[in-house]
Write a protein that binds this ligand. Structure first.
Ligand code: FE2
Length: 256
């Protein structure tokens, strides 16, 4: 069973690109389920109704988010209205939406979790404890589990992955927009990669025109971030899960 995960979709141009190209990738690779991180999919960053609709139309089954989850004004009702759009589970309990979803993937029950890192990020609940609590709450209710850990620090991603090794089927990182080359199966069986990269423009700085970021970093004054108009590439991972063992046979970085 093949599941595709795509990294942070950067703005409208990347949504349009996925609408044009994702369907073909899914068909040609026999993908059964697709999870896309949509927290930067709106034109002004964050996620809104229009960008979420484009990602679902493109072929996403579930959309995860991160630190920009609530940047758009309509995000609150968006999370309330659609259980297939997740916000990080370690937000306070009274925040709209949910960070956990139980869903069917090819006849198996999958527990999908979205968590936010706390190092150089929002001061949310400790993701280690949140993950522990979620796994305990859903114990015995799922066949496989998938975690999008949206975090800045590679150390936090690696540490949480080892903490959860053998307890999560696929653990992947998002947020940095830069794919790492460390995809592997950890000693106790969890498929892992520190970051799956971005769906966004080539030769940009996290999707933004380099000159904007250079000005900000050299002048130290506020700069308007203008999205790059360069050619888009979608980055992510394709994982193959064995239906009998319920473990990942293969984790592979992909781009198209
Ligand atoms: Fe992010």
């Amino acid at each position: 069973m093949k599941i595709l995960m795509l990294g942070d979709v950067s703005r409208t141009s990347a949504c349009i690109y996925l609408k044009e190209r994702l369907g073909r990738f899914i068909r040609e690779n026999g993908v059964e389920f697709t999870i896309v991180n949509g927290e930067n999919s709106a034109e002004n960053n964050g996620i809104n109704r229009a960008s979420a609709e484009m990602l679902f139309d493109a072929g996403a089954d579930v959309i995860t988010t991160g630190n920009h989850a609530f940047k758009s004004y309509d995000a609150k009702s968006l999370f309330e209205d659609n259980e297939n759009i997740l916000r990080p589970a370690n937000y306070p309990g009274n925040v709209p939406g949910d960070g956990v979803l139980l869903t069917d993937i090819g006849g198996m029950t999958a527990l999908i979790i979205n968590l936010l890192g706390v190092i150089m990020m929002e001061p949310l609940e400790n993701p280690f404890y949140t993950a522990q609590k979620i796994l305990k709450r859903y114990e015995g209710k799922y066949d496989i589990s998938i975690l999008d850990f949206h975090a800045e620090a590679t150390s936090e991603k690696q540490a949480l992955a080892h903490f959860l090794d053998g307890k999560i089927t696929v653990f992947y990182g998002t947020h940095t927009h830069v794919a790492t080359a460390d995809e592997c199966i950890l000693p106790k069986g969890t498929a892992y990669i520190t970051d799956i990269g971005m769906c966004g423009p080539d030769f940009s700085v996290l999707g933004i025109k380099p000159e904007c970021i250079i000005e900000k970093m050299t002048m130290n004054w506020p700069v308007k971030f203008i999205p790059s108009e360069n050619k888009i590439t979608a980055h992510g991972i394709l994982v193959e899960i064995d239906r009998k063992t319920k473990k990942t046979n293969k984790i592979q970085r992909i781009s198209f």
